[in-house]
Write a protein that binds this ligand. Structure first.
Ligand code: CUO
Length: 631
């Protein structure tokens, strides 16, 4: 079957999934249902699905494993059609997406964007309701209907300042896709595809989100987050203004002052035991596996073990003993307003990967986890100068070029989202919502290098950035600043003997994803160029750098060159069609392309207080400013 035909069939499977017809159900399929699907259907069809909930995830895993095992595309398509008609709607979308990403005969197919499939997870219900009213009144111009989104809340809530960031469609879409590429329940040995360093990437990608959020707070004149380590502390509130169209109920509102409570399948006591066992492991330097054997944590791979254990994923070394701290934390926080379900309220946004980033508590929960990972990292020795060096390679200078050198301008930009693919408005034609997001001007790096070797060398170029000043305007000590270092790019470059320069554009960054084609473009057969597979996972380009402030917020930009021959994970060229965002999303079905620990060289304690003392000749820093212009 031609790729375009497959693409259209996939789009059909997702069509109007936000508002599926009421008449469907397993009963109506009777004996025609494929026997492979007989066990499915335990999660009620029209409740909010949570990938963090053990029981939901179990059924979702069963479904995606069946879909991945289907013998050919036709078989896969038929099974998907049947499953669509009776399993939980959101669970179906999750499992179908995981299957598409992992079936060889789906290579080259673009996953329709989650924002278009479920606009109700991204767009306040007030906005969607307005669109319904216009549609019912027969309104809309020749281009269809256009309604506007506002960010939720107001200035009475101090966290409102960051609503534009937390509710950004791109970062929530990225998070959804990351968890599709790295499902917690992925069984490598059954699926035949190993997820390289999955636990470590769980740590690193979330650490980076936390670091980015903290710097967005500083840009807005706010304090960095306090990790959520005191589980008896009342939580800040959040009202998502989202309504799940699948069940017609709003996502739960958490008023300020609620606390974590026991939920149906897990107690806070369980969580405390798991946390203490985790910290014991960190302090003792080993974990205990399922057979009771000690597994050493004092090597570089320790973080991979701990990431899997905390999430916890299927790879957890001993889930019975270390539990599932992170996933249950999401469920508990999502249920804080109705922990025992007596009001039959929907969970809050923390229950789902495509909505969780909207809630301020998400970042504090993950910052707490990051504290634990950092406690572990601090048990490893700091990098020696020899480990940091690239012999005979020196970086003489680095400049960030934009309209003003070493200054990046940021501003508001208007964008639109098509909602009629996901939602049935009862009328043909386009129904779009318009929203604003932060964007930055394009920029490039100019790195001047001196290679004193007689031969050309291949370098891994790593580029990071972190805020220079704290809330009070004091310089941030390096060992704190290192934890705020956000990765901007990582790439391979050839450096000839002698002096040369490396140029790199911001749009080519290894952390960002190129914008997905819309479903309408995919239907029309557009492919987005020679590389047909857009990858969906990746940080949005418009938020590559923090917003900065009106005065021009000061950051240290650091460039590090290391020996690519030592860093490369394999000798063979990558076959992955997805070349976007490898830093945060890895290289699909291949080894993570960089052997160094993720976040190197800022992932371990630094014994110096100033950046200049830490830098070896193969590194260079420069001060840059990010200047935000409101209009
Ligand atoms: Cu991505 Cu808590 O894992 O959200």
């Amino acid at each position: 079957m031609a790729l375009l035909d497959k693409q259209k069939k996939i789009i059909d499977l997702f069509y109007h999934l936000s508002t599926p017809p009421m008449t469907e159900g397993a009963g109506e399929m009777g004996e025609h249902m494929d026997a492979r699907l007989h066990n499915l259907g335990s999660t009620p069809r029209r409740i909010v699905f949570s990938v963090f909930h053990e029981k939901h995830l179990k059924e979702a895993t069963e479904l995606f494993e069946i879909l991945i095992a289907a013998k050919d595309f036709d078989d896969f398509y038929k099974l998907s059609q049947q499953a669509r008609s009776f399993v939980n709607v959101e669970l179906f979308a999750y499992s179908l997406s995981v299957a598409i990403l992992h079936r060889d005969d789906c290579k080259g197919i673009q996953l329709p964007s989650i924002q278009e499939i479920f606009p109700d997870r991204f767009v306040p219900f007030e906005t969607i309701y307005n669109a319904f009213r216009v549609a019912q009144g027969g309104g809309g111009g020749k281009d269809g209907i256009l309604v506007k989104i506002a960010h939720t809340g107001n200035i009475l809530d101090p966290e409102y300042k960051l609503a534009y960031y937390r509710e950004d469609l791109g970062i929530n879409g990225h998070h959804w896709h990351w968890h599709l590429v790295y499902p917690a329940s992925w069984r490598s040995e059954v699926m035949g595809k190993k997820k390289d360093r999955k636990g470590e990437l769980f740590f690193y990608m979330h650490q980076q989100m936390v670091a980015r959020y903290d710097q967005e707070r500083l840009a807005n004149g706010m304090q960095r987050m306090k990790p959520f380590h005191n589980w008896d502390e009342p939580m800040e509130g959040y009202a998502p203004h989202l309504t799940s169209l699948v069940d017609g109920q709003h996502y739960g509102v958490r008023p300020t002052g609620m606390k974590m409570s026991d939920v149906k399948d897990v107690d806070i006591q369980d969580m405390m035991r798991w946390r203490d066992r985790f910290m014991d492991a960190v302090n003792l330097g080993y974990v205990i596996d399922r057979k009771g054997q000690r597994v050493d944590l004092t090597t570089e791979t320790g973080i991979d073990v701990l990431g899997a254990l905390v999430e916890s994923s299927y790879d957890s070394i001993n889930a019975a003993y270390y539990g599932s701290l992170h996933n249950w934390g999401h469920v508990i926080m999502a249920s804080a307003h109705d922990p025992d379900g007596r009001y039959q309220e929907n969970p809050g946004v923390m229950c789902d990967t495509s909505t969780a980033l909207r809630d301020p508590i998400f970042y504090r929960w993950h910052k707490w986890m990051d504290e634990m990972f950092q406690t572990y990292k601090s048990t490893l020795p700091s990098y020696s100068k020899t480990q940091l060096m690239f012999p005979s390679v020196k970086v003489n200078n680095v400049t960030l070029n934009a309209s003003i050198p070493n200054v990046v301008g940021t501003f508001w930009k208007t964008a639109e989202l098509e909602m009629s693919e996901g939602i049935n408005f009862g009328k043909k034609g386009s129904v779009k919502c318009q929203y604003q997001h932060i964007d930055h001007e394009p920029f490039s790096y100019l790195i001047e290098v001196d290679n004193a070797n007689f031969k050309s060398k291949h370098a891994t170029v790593r580029i990071f950035m972190a805020a220079k000043h704290d809330e009070l305007g004091n310089e941030i000590p390096l060992d704190d600043q290192r934890r705020m270092m956000i990765e901007l790019d990582k790439f391979k470059a050839e450096i000839p003997p002698g002096k040369s320069s490396i140029k790199r554009a911001s749009k080519d960054s290894s952390v960002i994803v190129k914008k997905d084609l819309s479903i309408a473009q995919l239907r029309a057969g557009e492919t987005g160029g020679a590389n047909k597979e857009t990858c969906s996972c990746g940080w949005p380009e418009h938020l590559l750098v923090p917003r900065g402030n009106h005065r021009g917020m000061v950051f240290d930009l650091v460039v590090i060159l290391t020996d690519w021959e030592e860093d490369k994970a394999t000798d063979t060229a990558s076959k992955c069609l997805c070349k976007d965002a490898v830093s945060y999303c890895g290289s699909k079905d291949e080894k993570y392309p960089d052997k160094k620990p993720m976040g190197f060289p800022f992932d371990r304690k630094i014994g110096f207080n100033r950046l200049s003392n830490f830098l070896t000749p193969n590194m260079k820093s420069t001060e840059v400013r990010i200047l935000f212009k409101e209009n």
